[in-house]
Design a protein around this ligand. Structure first.
Ligand SMILES: [Zn+2]
Length: 123
């Protein structure tokens, strides 16, 4: 399962004046298919579990290497959840919005968080 394949593509990805922000809320993204919606709802629940499990251990969120700008993007749990909720409402999520100088040591890849949760459950 490729989690980020379900993220809506940022229509401003190639625009140097990327206006991505929550001010763009009346712009409509391509509606999710029922399958995309179901998997995003499952992932949204996972993000809640990640936050509960990892936040007390000093992990603030997820990072991933962006295919569009080839930079790592950092998302706090809350921001990730908000982006997913926005996508579920067919709103554009600000994919490239930079965080406020995130500390890279406090972010993990999605697969790490997933593995961490699995490890907890098998204990
Ligand atoms: Zn990017």
């Amino acid at each position: 399962m490729d989690f980020f394949a379900n993220m809506p593509r940022d229509p401003f990805a190639d625009d140097p004046n990327d206006p991505a922000s929550f001010l763009e809320e009346d712009e409509q993204a391509v509606p999710l298919t029922p399958e995309e919606r179901a998997s995003m709802e499952a992932e949204l629940r996972l993000v809640g579990e990640f936050a509960r499990a990892l936040k007390p251990r000093g992990i603030d969120g997820i990072f991933f290497l962006c295919d569009d700008c080839e930079e790592e993007h950092f998302y706090e749990w809350e921001i990730l959840g908000n982006n997913m909720r926005a996508a579920l409402n067919n709103e554009l999520a600000p994919v490239h919005e930079p965080g406020a100088h995130p500390d890279p040591t406090r972010y993990v890849p999605w697969d790490y968080a997933l593995g961490y949760l699995d490890g907890m459950e098998s204990r």
